[in-house]
Design a protein around this ligand. Structure first.
Ligand SMILES: [Cu+2]
Length: 165
């Protein structure tokens, strides 16, 4: 149910960027041969669906009804400025516009200040936020989402092994 899928993103222009869509849920789409190598890279990123088990029930129910996809580019993720892209759609695949998304980056070890960024909508249901990974190592990126109708969703992805500069 929480399959990680790779999606060819037409909004990202370079080859490297195109390879970076990862999803925590949603319809499975067969990865083309072109993206198969990337599936391995995705696995090493160890995106996890563990957020599902920590979320409140109501948020979980809302979350099941929407499609959330997040990716980070460029890959591999390095310390410094990266771009987080998010896509939100309803159960029938229609883009969810006018959501407010705050992106929060936390390292997995204690004692580090989180980094925050607000995402801007770049196309219906597509959002983008800069995020500064302040050091190499294992990160968790949280998505604090408020939909246009006021419903709130929490999502997260693990971003392991951010490379040091
Ligand atoms: Cu750190």
């Amino acid at each position: 149910m929480h399959g990680i899928r790779l999606v060819d993103d037409p909004t990202l222009s370079t080859g490297a960027l195109k390879m970076s869509w990862l999803s925590l849920r949603g319809r499975r789409r067969a990865a083309s041969r072109h993206f198969r190598a990337l599936a391995l890279a995705a696995a090493t990123l160890a995106l996890s669906a563990s957020a599902c088990h920590r979320r409140a029930d109501s948020a979980r129910a809302i979350s099941r009804a929407i499609s959330f996809e997040a990716s980070i580019a460029p890959q591999p993720v390095r310390a410094g400025d990266e771009t987080v892209s998010i896509r939100l759609a309803d159960a029938s695949g229609h883009p969810l516009s006018r959501a407010r998304i705050q992106v929060e980056g936390d390292m997995s070890h204690p004692g580090m200040a989180p980094v925050f960024s607000d995402a801007a909508e770049t196309a219906p249901g597509s959002y983008r936020a800069p995020l500064a990974f302040t050091m190499g190592g294992d990160w968790v990126v949280l998505f604090h989402i408020t939909l246009a109708d006021g419903r709130k969703i929490e999502e997260q992805i693990d971003v392991k092994g951010v490379e040091s500069r």
